[in-house]
Design a protein around this ligand. Structure first.
Ligand code: F6P
Length: 499
């Protein structure tokens, strides 16, 4: 670290490392797999970067440390904060509200208080690392208040915010008792990035309805405390993966051999279908398995020569909606396997685990049909990983219209997961797709995924931030944000509904 702080500070709920503790209690860290870390790695090293986030364990925040050239700054969360800020407000209020209220969001004032307190802690930890005029890049829905909090503490820095999940239409967002505070928090950023244009449009609509700011284009101005006007840009920056390293991994002999092994371990079925998801109700896992079961029942595919592998990695298990989902999925899988399985052959292989990237690449290479059937999904990077792994131009991707990826992946077979009959037709089509059509589609998919990788995403976002930052500096606008004196109250306000 330089004595004056870092030029780039990334802030996310979790640090980009996983903690391990051996039998003696000694702690070690390994880099989490994932595009964000890989994309930011060279940028962080080049820019003297620091990363601020939670360690993943309660009440555990060791001193900041250097990991592979990036300075990691752990932020502590107590047991109570994990329950109220993380499991509660982030994942039982915002998560369902931002995903089309697939399950009902819970609104609790104690959760909100904890969210605000934790956001303050993250903002303080971030500014403590930032050099004069630094860039601070805040990530995701757990930290929506952080941009404005940082601006109050440090008017000199450039602030970017990227929202990894969908941003809801005003008619849903309106339910949130703290809607105005959230919008004000986000407006503290110079650039507010989203996955899809429709997310950016929804955000601007919420700004229009809830504040005195009336954006007419996606670059609009808000008042600064010093009387100047500050520009804010709201735009889509669809995230991607480290496509080339995934492609390289899928080319290795070890991965190709493992893919063959998976196929033969399954008894060499004619068709392998694959679903890979966190076990989350947004992913449409039940809809997919229901459609698969009905296809078997209709006899449109042969249960004896078809296998569905469903990887469902454990997620947020302290939240009731996730526990309920697990039970429902496992009952459904059991029923279909009971009906159509034989000794030595299960028609669904359900795996409640997480796997390392090389095993994932082998699964993708082995799968004839990839099923991504989310009911709502910010992007869905699994779809992009599948494409990056298929250098052989094999396989077919069935992709929900309700993912951000659907805006980009023209070669996929798009489905509405609520339309079970339509999804059954698409799955059967994918399973029987003539190889010329499959190759044509995969070529098109790969052109997109290999070209628009996560590196390009990060560079585009940071270039936009540089542009708006320079314009704001030039206007002398860097000062704490005040968007308006009064909130226009929309009809049908539910602001009193918190419990
Ligand atoms: O998709 C949003 C996200 O927060 C991702 O960034 C993350 O990988 C995933 O959800 C799981 O989040 P967590 O386990 O931290 O709740």
């Amino acid at each position: 670290m330089s004595t004056t702080g870092f030029d780039l500070v990334v802030v996310s709920n979790r640090l980009p490392v996983d903690m391990q503790q051996d039998a003696s209690g000694a702690i070690s860290w390994t880099r989490s797999p994932g595009g964000l870390v890989t994309a930011l790695d060279p940028i962080m090293k080049g820019a003297e970067g620091a990363w601020v986030g939670w360690s993943g364990a309660p009440d555990f925040a060791p001193e900041p440390f250097d990991a592979d050239g990036t300075f990691l700054v752990p932020v502590p969360l107590s047991e109570g904060e994990i329950q109220r800020y993380y499991e509660g407000f982030s994942n039982d209020t915002l998560w369902p509200l931002y995903h089309d209220v697939i399950t009902p969001p819970a609104y609790h004032r104690t959760w909100w208080d904890s969210y605000r307190a934790v956001n303050e802690r993250f903002a303080e930890a971030a500014v403590a690392q930032a050099a004069e005029g630094a860039t601070i890049w805040v990530h995701d829905y757990q930290l929506q208040l952080v941009p404005a909090l940082i601006r109050q503490l440090r008017p000199d820095v450039r602030i970017g915010y990227f929202h990894h999940i969908p941003f809801p239409p005003f008619e849903l967002f309106q339910q949130l008792p703290w809607r105005r505070q959230v919008i004000d928090g986000l407006l503290g950023a110079d650039v507010v990035g989203f996955q899809r244009r429709s997310d950016a449009t929804n955000f601007m609509n919420c700004v229009r309805r809830l504040t005195a700011v009336k954006p007419r284009t996606n670059i609009f101005s808000v008042h600064s405390d010093n009387g100047a006007r500050r520009l804010v840009k709201a735009a889509a920056f669809p995230i991607s993966i480290d496509s080339h390293s995934f492609d390289r991994l899928a080319h290795t002999d070890a991965v190709k051999k493992r893919a063959e092994e998976i196929r033969s371990d399954l008894g060499d079925p004619d068709v392998i279908m694959l679903g890979v998801d966190r076990l989350d109700y947004t992913k449409g896992i039940r809809h997919r398995i229901k459609a698969y079961g009905e296809i078997l029942e209709d006899g449109r595919i042969d249960a004896a020569s078809t296998t569905l592998i469903q990887v469902a990695s454990p997620s947020r298990e302290n939240v009731k909606a996730y526990r309920d989902l697990r039970q429902q999925v496992e009952i459904l899988v059991g029923r279909i396997n009971g009906e159509y399985g034989e000794i030595g052959h299960s028609t669904i292989h359900y795996l409640h685990h997480s796997y390392p990237q090389d095993e994932m690449a082998a699964l993708y290479l082995a799968a004839d049909v990839m099923l991504v059937t989310s009911l709502r999904d910010g992007m869905n990077l699994v779809a992009k990983e599948y494409v990056a792994a298929r250098h052989d131009l094999g396989g077919a991707l069935v992709l929900s219209e309700f993912t951000g990826a659907a805006d980009e992946l023209g070669g996929a077979i798009l489905v509405n997961p609520h339309d079970i009959d339509g999804m059954k037709d698409a799955i059967v089509h994918a399973a029987n797709m003539p190889s010329a059509e499959a190759r044509r589609r995969m070529r098109r998919l790969r052109r997109k995924v290999m070209h628009d990788d996560v590196n390009k995403w990060a560079h585009n976002f940071l270039a936009s931030l540089e542009d708006i930052g320079q314009r704001n500096e030039h206007n002398g606008a860097y000062a704490p944000t005040v968007t308006s004196a009064a909130e226009p109250v929309p009809a049908g306000s539910t602001a009193g509904g918190a419990s």
